[in-house]
Ligand binder design. Structure first.
Ligand code: PHE
Ligand code: ZN
Ligand code: ZN
Ligand code: CA
Length: 475
């Protein structure tokens, strides 16, 4: 198999609607005033996390006392505020870790809005920006919501993840242990990982942008505060990836890590050009001194804005944003779960990038005569007035022709033994990064069909068809 190529996705700006500023509860669109989340209180949580690290060997790492103490601190605050909390433990190669889950016990439990952050640090230091900052911000927002006396329409749930630095283990553990019916109730997951970088940027995750109103609401919010934002393709680098792989809409903010701030970015955001957004990223100097409090203040108000508004969002009428994805395990992050076909196609091999997370379906790439396939059965509702199948695909090839088709992948629908090919992609369609394809499947409404990807190669020169983040949505 050939070596990996570089993947990159361009950012696409989509205008988002601002929610009207008035305090009202009704059965029409949510209209909620944004709160001012206290930066003083948030900083006080960070002081506590620093002192927890200081008295526990200088870090809050997985399996160490400083992490358990961090989880206990967060849980105690949420308990005292009236949250229903769970300390979920799981084992890792570095020892036992914990997620803290807190639910506000009001609102419609069939519609859950979640926000989360990883609480754990690396072993090198106390992890105050990464990710004390996101955790303190989410914690303070949860406490402020409880204190506000509002009655949410939806159920609010907050997650503080363990073992993120070992490969998103805490958030993966959480989603993998949620019954399918519970997964379906999660309408949105918002992630906050590093929000007070000392040389800050204002990045918004460019995740599953199709129909993702939350990302666009964040753009509108920051724009309303005269703060420019940039989209960033964070791939699978934080805990939203676990939710995203279930087809749950996700969004998040990020003030930057080891990457260098350009002069154009310094011109719009201030700070120092040609220096990292966080020069102490994953180092011992990520201490209480490694924070930009203006960034923290702005970011926590954005968290508050999202929580207050999405707490009231009406998920009971009209189509959900982007529609529910009928494909299970659509990003392959649960491996072969829900898919059948050729062994080895679904892989987390680093020889090819995933579009999201680490797993994808890598068809062919053998360089010899062969076929491979994977598929999944899906029931398309009879009441659908639109139904589309979308997928992200990346094609690299050792073929040199730009016109002759040698190797192909077909997107097929198998309906009661009859196979229809909706699209064929080949070595001629090579791409250097993922591209999204959308196909109309309304003809199959009212039927249970198999969505199948079938690869075929000729006797030499490999072509790799890598597919990720499949969605079948209806309205
Ligand atoms: N998750 C990364 C870490 O903890 C940081 C990160 C956050 C990177 C968001 C990209 C986007 O090290
Ligand atoms: Zn980190
Ligand atoms: Zn992080
Ligand atoms: Ca994936």
């Amino acid at each position: 198999m050939h070596k990996s190529l570089v993947s990159g996705l361009g950012a696409v700006l989509v205008a988002g609607a601002l929610l009207a500023p008035s305090i009202a509860r009704s059965n029409v669109a949510a209209a909620v005033e944004s709160p001012d989340i206290s930066v003083t209180n948030t900083k006080a949580h960070l002081d506590q996390l620093q002192s927890i690290a200081t008295s526990n060997g200088g870090n809050r790492y997985t399996g160490r006392a400083g992490y358990k103490a961090s989880a206990d601190y967060v849980k105690a605050k949420l308990d005292a505020a009236g949250y229903t909390t769970t300390l979920q433990s799981f084992s890792t190669s570095a020892g036992t870790s914990y997620n803290v889950i807190a639910e506000w016990p009001h609102g419609d439990a069939n519609h859950v809005v979640m926000a989360g952050s990883h609480l754990v640090s690396v072993s090198a230091g106390p992890g105050i920006n990464d990710n004390g900052s996101g955790s303190a911000g989410v914690l303070e927002t949860a406490l402020a919501y409880a204190a506000s006396g509002q009655t949410p329409r939806n159920r609010l749930r907050f997650g503080f993840w363990g073992a993120e630095e070992l490969g998103l283990l805490g958030s993966k553990y959480y989603v993998n242990n949620l019954p399918a019916a519970e997964r379906d109730k999660i309408e949105l997951y918002l992630n906050f990982d590093m929000i007070a970088s000392p040389n800050p940027g204002y990045f918004l995750y460019d995740d599953n942008p199709a129909g993702n109103g939350a990302r666009d609401d964040l753009v509108s919010y920051f724009t309303s505060k005269s703060i420019q934002t940039e989209f960033i393709d964070v791939q699978g680098r934080s805990d939203h990836a676990a939710f995203r792989s279930l087809g749950i809409p996700t969004a998040g903010t990020f003030s930057g890590a080891e990457e260098i701030k350009s002069s154009a970015q310094a011109a719009k955001w201030g700070g120092t050009a040609n220096q990292a957004f966080d020069p102490c990223y994953h180092r011992s100097c990520d201490t209480i001194g490694n924070l930009d409090l203006t960034s923290l203040d702005r970011q926590i108000d954005a968290i508050g804005h999202m929580i207050w508004n999405y707490a009231q969002k009406d998920y009971t009428s009209g189509p959900p944003p982007g529609g529910d994805n009928l494909i299970l395990n659509p990003g392959f992050e649960s491996g072969t779960a829900n898919w059948t076909g050729t062994t080895g196609v679904i892989t987390n091999s680093t020889s090819r990038p995933a579009h999201g997370g680490s797993y994808k379906a890598w068809l062919q790439g053998n360089g010899r005569s062969s076929t491979e396939n994977i598929g999944q059965s899906v029931a398309i509702p009879a009441a659908a007035t639109a139904a589309s199948l979308s997928l992200w695909i990346r094609i690299d090839t050792a073929e040199t022709t730009t016109s002759t088709v040698y190797d192909t992948v077909k997107v097929q629908i198998v309906d009661n033994g009859t196979t229809a090919t909706l699209a064929t992609y080949s070595n001629v369609d090579r791409t250097t990064s993922y591209v999204q394809k959308t196909l109309n499947v309304l003809a199959y409404k009212g039927k249970t069909v198999t969505v199948r990807f079938l690869g075929q190669e000729d006797s030499s020169l490999q072509t790799s068809f890598v597919i990720d983040d499949v969605a079948l949505t209806t309205s």
